[in-house]
Design a protein around this ligand. Structure first.
Ligand code: MEV
Length: 440
């Protein structure tokens, strides 16, 4: 068994690599070679990446792709997407082009409220606690003025502080439930700093509150943290067209296609096993743009899935209907995003992605990302209800299969050519390669 190590973080980068290569890999020279091959030649750029996180030993690349032709609210965007899965960018591009020719996407921000909570234990009279919170609110805000000043000058800040009695879930459990407007910042650091200040003011002021008994003065703060469940930081993206304009399917009439799409969404609404995969496909598009623009995709994932379960059963994030001969398809998704702060001005590729999107505000980015999710879902459902997903997916995956087989450039071109019009599978590609190679 490899013994644990003390003080790993204090080792130099080279020492960390030596240690991990020697202790955890079979071929330590090869490990070191791979890790160093992925270092950037520009040492300042490499140092920037090293310092994003802790104990950095190398970089981990994801491809950055572009899905062009997204017409959103009258403006044409090229969508930067960072993702490892083949066919996602192609699907997005295809959906973008499809809707470009049918009026484009419309997107609307429905709300931008962020949420954070101070969770605390108070053993005493709830009425007295309510009076205390009402009395202490101005002090909560004034104590936090050093944190909130800059955000307020930009038009944001703390928008509400309320007391929530949660004793039905745990003895003596209360919350300060706080809402925030963070403008173009995702706002996690701002919110958490405010909440920690509120918690300390709360405890200090309780000690001096004359109406409290000694036990009531001892408010125990359990934790102060933002919530990634942001049902009112919400955006809607939609497309619509006359059913007869859905006329691109080879073997399906427009009305049959429209009805199948509506049914596919209805299944995802009613059936959690399907809903999870349906929403996963949406998140293929959402995460790729969220990641390219330096946002926190784990926060977005957590928020989106909790929103999908808000009625008590996990369900579809998209909706579809046919009304008066018009096909409507839309998504409502909570998205807490930023275009300032965090990595946005630090990571050169993030800056570039935001530039490509013409430096959107956070609200605009919410709209763009929601559209990426809707487009991805449209493309997935379109394949699923017509040809099936594998045909297109395996075509896109062909390059990955070929690359795994260690072929020459000449063999690669021959294989790509051969599978232009043939169903792709790993076995079929292997067999074709064998046929290409002269017998030994
Ligand atoms: C694959 O990454 C995503 C899909 O499974 C989504 C879906 O089934 O809707 C194709």
């Amino acid at each position: 068994m490899t013994p644990p190590i003390e003080g790993f973080s204090k080792l130099s980068k080279e020492e960390k690599i030596d240690w991990i290569a020697a202790r955890y890999t079979d071929n330590s020279e090869e490990t070191k070679k791979i890790l160093k091959r992925y270092w950037n030649q520009d040492t300042r750029l490499q140092q920037l990446h090293d310092e994003f996180i802790e104990n950095t030993i190398s970089n981990y690349y994801l491809p950055l792709g572009i899905a062009p032709n997204f017409l959103i609210n009258g403006k044409v965007y090229a969508m930067p997407m960072a993702i490892e899965e083949s066919s996602v960018v192609a699907a997005a591009s295809k959906a973008a082009k499809f809707w470009l020719e049918r009026g484009g996407f419309k997107a609307t921000v429905l709300g931008t409220e962020k949420i954070g909570q101070v969770h605390f234990i108070y053993q005493g009279d709830a009425q007295k606690l309510g009076d205390f919170i009402a009395a202490v609110k101005p002090t909560l805000l004034s104590d936090a003025a050093g944190i909130t000043g800059k955000m307020e000058r930009r038009g944001g800040g703390v928008t509400s502080i309320s007391l929530r009695d949660r004793r039905e879930v745990m003895d003596h459990y209360f919350q300060l439930h706080c809402t925030f407007e963070t403008i173009d910042a995702m706002g996690a650091n701002f919110i958490n700093s405010c909440l920690e200040q509120f918690a300390s003011t709360l405890q200090r002021e309780a000690q001096g509150y004359a109406a409290f008994s000694p036990e009531e003065k001892d408010i125990e703060v359990v934790m102060s943290i933002l919530s990634n469940y942001v049902p009112d930081c919400l955006v809607r993206a939609e497309v619509q067209c006359p059913v007869e304009a859905l006329n691109e399917e080879k073997d399906m009439e427009p009305m049959e296609f429209a009805e199948k799409m509506v049914r596919a969404v209805a299944i995802a609404k009613a059936e959690p096993f399907r809903a999870v995969t349906h929403n996963k496909g949406i998140m293929n598009g959402v995460d790729a743009v969220v990641l390219a623009t330096g946002n926190d995709f784990r926060a977005v994932e957590a928020g989106a899935h909790s929103f999908a379960a808000k009625e008590g059963q996990y369900s579809s994030l998209t909706h579809a209907r046919i009304a008066n001969g018009v096909f409507h398809f839309w998504i409502e998704i909570p998205l807490a995003l930023g275009t300032v702060g965090g990595l946005t001005r630090l990571h050169p590729m993030v800056q570039l992605s935001l530039d490509i999107l013409q430096n959107p505000s956070a609200r605009e980015l919410m709209q763009i990302v929601a559209v990426a999710g809707l487009a991805q879902n449209f493309a997935a459902l379109r394949s699923l209800v017509t040809t099936g997903i594998q045909q297109g997916h395996m075509k896109m995956h062909l390059l990955n299969i070929v690359n795994q087989l260690e072929v020459s450039q000449e063999e690669k071109l021959a294989l790509l050519n051969e599978f232009k019009d043939r169903p792709v599978s790993h076995r079929a590609v292997e067999a074709a390669l064998e046929r290409l190679r002269p017998p030994r």
